[in-house]
Design a protein around this ligand. Structure first.
Ligand code: EPZ
Length: 418
């Protein structure tokens, strides 16, 4: 296992290019199962989770090849429909294979994704919606076994807006017979990016980005040519790094319109933020003001930026309240931040952060993807000797060479073998 070592206190300056969005690439790769031929996908990020879904898809018979600037994907010869536990347990998003396998193949056997550090992460909304589309399924020994002659369009209302639930059903509905209407659908930019890719394949989809999505089944699809949107969570992580270290960072190749809630909160915290076209300039000010946040489905404040923003509030003036409404256990980073001197009290789904003048370097442990990013951010400003973030395989799931990108911005940071 690797660890990241940081000597804190440097001001970060310069520009950084954001990679493609992990949470767009995962459903888009899964949707390549819908039809044969060579799909060409640009801006696929080089991440552990991407390698995981490619491994599972290769087991199903999908062929990947390097198309120069693009990743090329071919699912002409699917030879299996099972996603095994040993791979699914490392990445819950494997449930996204269920919809396309049922659409293309009429059957699927997917290991139920277990919970993870941030919550139980059930998939009941996915299964309930597929049942409404005519799928017969039974659970046995941790696997969902599903079969259907042909998916049929249905009217589906999600109890809460589920991102991968919306994506799974959108993909399943593309070649179903009749129309599917998804109500209380998730509105994240990654949903719209998936819809754009599916439309490029010939799908008939409207309403993506709103809470009601209409998908009218079509007979034929052709392979996609698509470029993945930039990763808004990676962009937000660098924005917060600029605010924390007091430097000036230009985040390039991003979509400012996907980061409205964070931009608002950073400005309230006293950070100067200037958004233009496809870049955002962040200039940390000498002092950071405390700001309350409450995580919400998009376009509200992203739960995937909660841990990173908390690191910022740990060195702000005054007290802030951070309310996590999406996941039931997404404060695991708190105990690690407290090891670095942070003053945080948890009360149910709220964390009360009392800002301190400084954080102190310490050995800490990553527990989930975004908690890892939060600890790296804290390490960048921590005083004393060195901060070591252990178990950073969590970080590598969702960030492409994060330490290298921070080093280029002026941080004293490197990766070591445990
Ligand atoms: C997606 O997870 C993202 N992952 C998560 O990013 C992100 O935090 C989350 O959406 C919320 O924005 C991917 O896109 C691969 P949900 P997902 O279904 O789809 C409950 C990261 O760090 N729920 O929108 O799994 C669920 O427990 C990851 O990149 C059910 O109860 O999240 C949660 O409380 C972490 N039953 C809420 O809904 C279901 O069937 C929202 O979950 C589905 C969800």
């Amino acid at each position: 296992m690797d660890k990241i070592v940081i000597i804190g206190g440097n001001t970060l300056n310069g520009s950084v290019k954001v990679s493609g969005a992990k949470n767009a690439a995962l459903p888009i790769l899964s949707a390549c199962l819908l039809t044969g031929g060579w799909h060409r996908l640009h801006n696929i990020p080089h991440l552990k989770d991407i390698e995981t879904i490619k491994s599972i898809m290769s087991e199903l018979g999908v062929v990947f090849r390097d198309g120069g600037e693009a990743l090329e994907v071919n699912s002409d010869d699917l030879n299996d429909c099972e996603a095994p536990y040993d791979l699914v347990k490392t990445m819950r998003a494997s449930i996204l294979l269920l919809g396309p396998l049922l659409a293309r193949y009429g059957k699927a056997r997917i290991s139920l994704p277990g919970g993870c550090a941030i919550g139980a992460r059930p998939v009941n909304f996915h299964l309930k919606a597929l049942a409404a589309m005519g799928v017969d399924m039974f659970l046995d020994r941790g696997y969902v076994n599903a079969m259907v002659d042909r998916l049929k369009g249905a009217n589906i209302i999600f109890d809460i807006p589920t991102v991968t639930g919306t994506e799974n059903i959108m993909i399943a509905a593309v070649t179903a017979s009749g129309e599917t209407v998804l109500k209380n659908a998730a509105k994240e930019p990654e949903i719209q990016d998936l819809a754009d890719m599916l439309r490029d394949m010939g799908a008939d989809i409207e309403g993506d980005g709103t809470d009601t999505i209409y998908i009218r089944g079509v007979r034929d699809l052709s392979p996609a040519r698509h470029t993945i949107i930039p990763d808004r969570i990676e962009a937000g992580t660098f924005m917060i790094a600029g605010a924390m270290t007091g430097g000036e960072i230009k985040i390039e190749s991003c979509r400012p319109q996907h980061l409205g809630a964070l931009i608002e909160k950073l400005k309230s915290a006293g950070t100067r933020v200037k958004a233009t076209g496809d870049s955002i300039l962040v200039k940390g000010s000498g002092s950071i003001e405390s700001v309350d946040i409450e995580t919400m489905p998009y376009p509200g404040f992203a739960t995937d930026l909660q841990a990173q923003f908390m690191a910022l509030m740990c060195i702000a003036n005054g007290r802030s309240t951070i309310k996590e409404t999406v996941f039931e256990n997404r404060f695991i980073h708190v105990s690690e931040l407290k090891r670095m001197g942070a003053d945080i009290e948890i009360n149910g789904n709220q964390a009360l952060v009392k800002g301190k003048d400084r954080l102190l370097s310490a050995p800490v442990m990553a527990t989930d993807l975004r908690a890892s990013a939060s600890l790296v951010l804290a390490g960048l400003v921590a005083e004393g000797s060195r901060t070591e973030v252990h178990r950073i395989y969590h970080l590598d799931r969702g960030y492409e060479a994060l330490e290298t990108k921070f080093e280029k911005l002026g941080a004293t940071i490197w990766r070591e073998k445990e």
